[in-house]
Design a protein around this ligand. Structure first.
Ligand code: F6P
Length: 539
């Protein structure tokens, strides 16, 4: 289909023109003009409160953004996602991660086969495995109960479960720690195994393709470690399980059939936490809490599908992101969870947003002439305040921020929590309103340092608040960003569910390996690579 280039659409052009006038309006003035702004530009749904009032926007901005969403057929594209159409066109696949948390009981045929019973069956096997591990009834080859889980995977087969295990660590079973190994650097595996015993360790090998270099190398390291200790291949049957969409490869690797947990090619890696990729999480927090998380996902799925645009959380986040990236000139986007449990959430979102929407060609094969996904980054508050917030407040670029916080803490030291909330709200307020030279002079700041003490303000932020960090809330938050990413893909007219940009480097690494090992000459490489290889060989 030949869709109109986004930047030529009248709705896009109208936003461009409107942005020119909005850039001149300070958030201080927008708030002064409307005492109800903080309530008017806020939305509460599915237990999440979104305050987007501290973005430079007006009713007109929202009207134009919703018009853009309509003109991009977002509603119809959303129907296509949830009907199982093959919208991952460049890989010829439907996009069905939402089915993993669909408890409606409706069948979902993929190529003539209802996949819902398959999803349920794998989940029941996961729950049985989790039960065995949690109760101490998973007995290793040496007769001892397995008490450590080492999850080996990378990208989507690592970031989701790693982030969720950290986010829900409050609910974890304390005598069943989960460790994550992803990096090809041997230090990652070695440093993890240093404190473990093969007698009590279960490995989960998670790889959709079961061919990824890092995961296969770490899996081989784990196998050697086990075999060196047990001197018996049968040990693998008790100490290694696989999570994969390529079960044949897992079987060929030596994993017992009953230890292979399948997921499917219609689950994108970065969307795979609710699949068997979530096994270490289920083992850590238990099947019930895992199911609570899935219910949270499902609640947000249903909200995204059915809420009207003005009340639709993912759509609003998507439109605000497009507003900043394409019309207000923001090149990056910061996600700042005021929760130590969510410290890995920005890293998880980096893959979700940048691998999905870091594309430069539209769905009609044309190079785009507008910005797509901004660079996403972030750290938890309050640590970041003492590191990079300086740039957020006084640097030369405005960075839109998502602050994420919780009304209640799960932990004791409640007084800390109130201080934490005070800091969160303070940062957003300081970004929005800044501090003028007049105010500072009035407060007695000497004239010669006034320029350095001034805060320009009008720096945009969203604040997302929820009651407390439960498994259900985590599911909602993840699904919120997943659907934001989907909506932005439609608004930018790009394919969000492939990731061809990761392939070239992988191919070149394969070609360079024998040259680094000295098995092949490096003469045909460029002069920089050749010199680097020579340097390493000399060492
Ligand atoms: O290299 C990128 C990527 O393909 C991701 O999209 C994926 O999540 C990751 O590698 C891991 O792939 P696999 O699960 O097949 O090992």
């Amino acid at each position: 289909m030949n869709r109109r280039t986004r930047s030529k659409m009248p709705e896009w052009l109208a936003l461009k023109e409107h942005a020119a006038s909005m850039k001149r309006r300070h958030l201080r003035d927008l708030f002064a003009a409307d005492p109800e702004r903080g309530r008017r530009y806020a939305l509460q749904a599915e237990g999440i409160y979104l305050d987007y009032s501290k973005n430079p926007l007006s009713d007109e901005t929202l009207k134009l953004l919703f018009a853009l969403a309509r003109a991009c057929d977002l509603e119809q594209e959303t129907r296509r996602l949830f009907s199982g159409e093959k919208i991952n066109q460049t890989e010829g696949r439907p996009v069905l991660h939402w089915a993993l948390r669909d408890a409606s009981g409706c069948p979902l045929p993929v190529d003539g086969v209802d996949v819902m019973p398959l999803i349920r069956e794998v989940r029941e096997r996961m729950a049985a495995a989790a039960g065995r591990m949690r109760s101490g009834n998973w007995i290793g080859h040496g007769g001892r109960s397995l008490r450590h889980i080492v999850h080996i995977g990378i990208g989507g087969s690592d970031l989701g479960p790693r982030m969720a295990c950290s986010a829900l660590s409050f609910y974890s079973q304390l005598d069943l720690p989960v460790h994550f190994v992803s990096n090809l650097d041997p230090g990652h595996l070695a440093a993890t195994l240093r404190f473990l015993s093969p007698e009590t360790t279960l490995f989960i090998l998670a790889s959709k393709t079961f061919t990824t270099q890092e995961t296969m190398a770490n899996a081989a390291g784990a196998r050697d470690w086990l075999l060196e200790h047990f001197q018996d291949r049968a040990a693998l049957g008790r100490h290694v399980v696989a999570v994969t969409a390529n079960p044949q490869a897992a079987l060929a690797w030596g994993i017992a059939a009953e230890n292979v947990f399948e997921f499917w090619d219609w689950v994108g890696g970065r969307y795979s936490l609710p699949s068997a990729v979530g096994l270490p999480l289920m083992m850590s927090v238990g099947p019930e809490r895992f199911m609570e998380m899935l219910s949270g996902f499902e609640a947000m799925d249903n909200h995204f599908r059915s809420a009207p645009p003005q009340a639709n959380l993912p759509l609003l986040l998507a439109l605000l992101g497009v507003w900043h990236a394409d019309f207000m000139g923001a090149a990056t986007h910061a996600v700042l969870p005021y929760s130590q449990y969510l410290r890995l959430f920005p890293a998880f979102l980096q893959q979700l947003e940048m691998e999905s929407n870091g594309k430069g060609v539209d769905r009609d094969g044309r190079e785009v002439d507008y910005a797509t996904a901004p660079v996403l980054w972030g750290e938890p508050g309050t640590g970041g305040q003492h590191a990079f917030f300086q740039l957020l407040h006084q640097g030369t670029q405005a960075v839109p921020c998502d602050f994420i916080g919780f009304r209640r803490t799960l932990d004791p030291f409640r007084d800390h929590h109130e201080q934490l909330l005070a800091n969160l709200f303070a940062q957003a307020q300081a970004l929005a309103f800044g501090s003028t030279r007049e105010e500072l002079a009035h407060a007695g700041v000497p004239a010669e340092i006034l320029p350095y003490r001034e805060f320009p303000g009008s720096r945009p932020s969203n604040i997302l608040l929820a009651e407390e960090l439960t498994p259900g809330v985590l599911g909602k938050l993840i699904a919120l960003y997943e659907h934001k990413v989907f909506a932005q893909g439609v608004l930018w007219n790009i394919f969000s569910f492939d990731q061809w940009g990761v392939e070239l480097g992988k191919r070149i690494a394969g070609r360079l390996l024998p040259k680094i090992k000295g098995e092949l000459p490096a003469d045909d490489e460029d002069s920089s690579t050749r010199a680097l290889i020579e340097y390493c060989r000399k060492q």
